[in-house]
Ligand binder design. Structure first.
Ligand SMILES: *Cc1c(COP(=O)(O)O)cnc(C)c1O
Length: 370
């Protein structure tokens, strides 16, 4: 079976991790700081605060910019994502207001988003689905209009869990003035086993995130003799040196990983265009997807999946729509765009492990029909 996901561990990672494990310093220390500097260089924004998962990063981001203590606060979000994106809104005691999905991109429908901003909007969460960046320029214009209308500018949180290596107008995710959150979970492009990072748009938020990821206590060298005051309580969301060492060892390799995902995707773009019953997603000239997954839209998805299974090709829609879960039933709303694609989305193996022969086998199988 050609797998849909595989852990991208570099050859140097086991020794790098073993060194930390035996060093007597396994908590948050120098490796975490080194990993943050290295991430900042890659991303093009030094304001990086690592955490123990992407979910923790989203939780902390929402806590910082959206939690207000009242019962009316809403967060606009997409229903087509991993549940982590949305359950962290609930964990912050905020309401979810679903934004429809654009069938062309599988990202949020920005027309619908513009309509749904209101005085209750505390934040906007977007997901760069599959690693394909949301049109952040257009989103900024929508926020300008909202600011003119309502007198405040909701903060945008970009869930970049699929988007390590993706670019929008030449800049990596985390350089467009919003709060960006990456995941380094086991099967993401860059892995630390579990881990994540917030990339912040200003020094104030960066400092606050750095404090609130560990109880709100400053980890200065003099901490034990001179205990600092805690002005604002925080969580225990920090990363350890073990995970950071793995991340550092995987960092160069992750660039190669993304390049291979892209090369496979480019092959599919060429070979699958025009196949009857199959539709590709949008490709805009001003952005480059990281192709964590390769979604297509197919007629008769059950038939398609059965045909792929018979050919030993693992396929899946990967993320179920979140809005139909029982625990969020009270937020249900009409989402015609999502209705049109939810039953058609399916992802093909596109990762670094897919060989040219396997790629050819996948193309041939799809072209033969289902
Ligand atoms: C993986 C993922 C997350 C959660 O990240 P973790 O590091 O597993 O907590 C959030 N959002 C999306 C879209 C994801 O794919």
């Amino acid at each position: 079976m050609i797998p849909l996901f595989k852990v991208a561990m570099s050859e140097s990672a086991p020794a790098a991790v073993a060194e930390v494990v035996g060093s007597g310093q396994i908590g948050q220390g120098a490796k975490v700081a080194e990993f943050e500097r290295a991430l900042g260089e890659r991303i093009g924004n030094p304001r990086v605060a690592t955490v123990n998962s992407g979910t923790s990063g989203l939780h902390l981001a929402l806590h910082m910019v959206a939690a207000s203590g009242d019962d009316e606060g809403e967060v606009l979000s997409t229903p087509l994502t991993m549940e982590a994106t949305n359950w962290t809104i609930l964990a912050n005691r905020l309401r979810i207001k679903w934004v429809d999905v654009d069938p062309a991109t599988l990202n949020v429908d920005l027309d619908d988003l513009a309509r749904k901003i209101s005085p209750r909007t505390r934040a906007i969460v977007v997901v760069h689905f599959a690693g394909y960046p949301v049109d952040l320029g257009r989103l900024a214009k929508i926020l300008d209009e909202a600011e003119a209308t309502f007198g405040f500018r909701p903060v945008v949180i970009e869930d970049c869990a699929h988007a390590w290596g993706a670019t929008y107008q030449g800049g990596r995710m985390g350089t467009h003035g919003n709060v960006a959150v990456y995941s380094f979970q086991a099967i993401k492009h860059l892995t630390t086993a579990d881990g994540g990072a917030l990339v912040l748009p200003d020094d104030e938020l960066h400092e606050r995130a750095t404090l609130l990821r560990w109880f709100g206590i400053s980890r200065g060298a003099d901490r034990l003799r001179n205990p600092p005051d805690v002005a604002e309580w925080g969580y225990k969301f920090h990363m350890t040196d073990i995970n950071a060492a793995m991340g550092l060892a995987n960092l160069d390799w992750s660039e190669e990983v993304v390049a291979r995902h892209r090369a496979n995707a480019a092959h599919y773009d060429r070979e699958l265009a025009g196949v009857p019953g199959l539709e590709l997603t949008e490709r805009a000239a001003d952005r480059e997807s990281s192709f964590w997954i390769y979604p297509v839209k197919v007629e008769d998805r059950a038939g398609f999946m059965k045909r792929m299974d018979e050919a030993q090709i693992m396929v899946s829609n990967v993320h179920e729509r979140n809005d139909t879960h029982t625990c969020v039933r009270r937020y249900a709303t009409l989402l015609p765009g999502l209705d049109r694609v939810a039953e058609r989305v399916v992802c093909l193996p596109v990762g670094w492990w897919v060989t040219e022969e396997q790629r050819a086998h996948i193309v041939e199988t799809v072209r033969r029909g289902w």
